[in-house]
Design a protein around this ligand. Structure first.
Ligand code: M6R
Length: 358
């Protein structure tokens, strides 16, 4: 029930800090260490390559998951859009593990891949889903639950945050089991991120103002970022287009000059994420390039690497966990942009919550 909330989406965004805390608990053992089921851990660590299969927002979470498994656990990963996989199957490694990421567990495009790789080819499959007993969960060998509670709004918010958090835990536990020397305590860092998300959902007024200042009359908008910020930019753009119908695109900052910059005109809104310290200078360089061509740029940076003139600053969190926090202002900006346009926020036109057709 949405209770006093005007929209499920708003309620679900507000639930995000609690979701991360719930996940920390659900994935902690009696010694208070992060853990995942032994069989799943074995399946991950026996694989020579992980193939993440997902659609939409879940695909964007998968891109972040790839970085986690590669950087934290040292396991090579490929991420594929479910609908493309059927006709453009990559050459598979000797011991693949397929990981399906799906909030609903019912996405037909993903199920089609599952049937092919598991039933027809006999490879093991793990589903990361919010819905116990869903089709993908039942038909896979293993399931990791998101513990996000029912997500009703068509636009996925808390499930994305849950996916990123659960993938970070799986990668961390796998890395530890492989004897990797990890110089951070993920449990502690996730708790810090949960507090950071809380600060974000408490910044609604400021974010509503940003939506007003940048998107009131916009016909299109661009989101740019580098490294992890690039994936979050793609997710921010998807959120905005899906609920406000403003044409939006997420780009890697470095790709701008290879084409997209031609679209920048006087007043074009450009949201630039600048939370990645190693590429902070580069993304700020991109912002200068678009501003010189008239863009109305909104820099969203992070404490510790912020600069004067940044429009919004997220609290400092571990480098790898920035997506958990930086996505929230983008969700809220999209929400308010949609609200200002009197769009049906929870049920945008032409869309279904679970896409059960191919
Ligand atoms: O249930 P799933 O995670 O498999 O759904 C995948 C996409 O349909 C979904 O993420 C979609 O992109 C959302 N509406 C985005 O907000």
């Amino acid at each position: 029930e949405k209770g006093t909330y005007p929209h499920y989406m708003l309620k679900e965004m507000d639930e995000q800090p609690a979701v991360v805390r719930k996940i920390i608990q659900a994935y902690s053992n009696n010694d208070e260490d992060l853990t995942i089921d032994d069989n799943i851990l074995e399946a991950i660590n026996q694989a020579d390559r992980l193939y993440i299969i997902a659609a939409g927002t879940s695909y964007h979470a998968g891109l972040i998951g790839k970085q986690y498994f590669e950087k934290i656990a040292g396991i090579p990963v490929e991420v594929h859009i479910s609908s493309e996989f059927g006709y453009n199957m990559p050459l598979l490694s000797e011991k693949p593990l397929f990981i399906f990421i799906s909030q609903s567990g019912e996405t037909a495009d993903s199920r089609q891949v599952l049937v092919k790789v598991k039933e027809e080819m006999g490879y093991p499959a793990l589903t990361v889903t919010n819905v116990p007993g869903s089709t993908l969960s039942r038909e896979s060998d293993y399931t990791l639950l998101l513990h996000a509670g029912p997500e009703i709004a068509v636009a996925s918010t808390k499930a994305y945050v849950a996916q990123v958090a659960v993938l970070s835990i799986a990668a961390y536990v796998a890395g530890k089991a492989k004897g990797k020397d990890l110089d951070f305590d993920l449990k502690q860092e996730l708790a810090i991120a949960a507090n950071g998300i809380q600060t974000m959902v408490d910044s609604k007024e400021e974010l509503e103002q940003i939506a007003e200042d940048y998107l009131k009359i916009a016909r299109n908008a661009f989101f740019i970022g580098r490294n992890l910020d690039f994936y979050v930019s793609s997710e921010g753009a998807l959120k905005l287009k899906e609920i406000s119908y403003i044409q939006a695109e997420g780009f890697a900052g470095g790709e701008l000059k290879h084409g997209t910059i031609a679209l920048i005109e006087e007043g074009t809104p450009v949201f630039a994420l600048a939370t990645q310290e190693q590429v902070s200078l580069n993304i700020r360089g991109n912002v200068k390039e678009v501003v010189a061509r008239g863009a109305n740029a909104c820099i969203i940076s992070m404490e510790g690497i912020e600069e004067e003139g940044d429009r919004f600053v997220i609290p400092k969190v571990h480098q790898l966990l920035t997506p958990l926090v930086s996505v929230v202002p983008l969700q809220l900006i999209s929400y308010y942009a949609a609200l200002h346009r009197r769009c049906d926020v929870d049920k945008p036109r032409n869309l279904a919550k679970s896409v059960t057709v191919e």
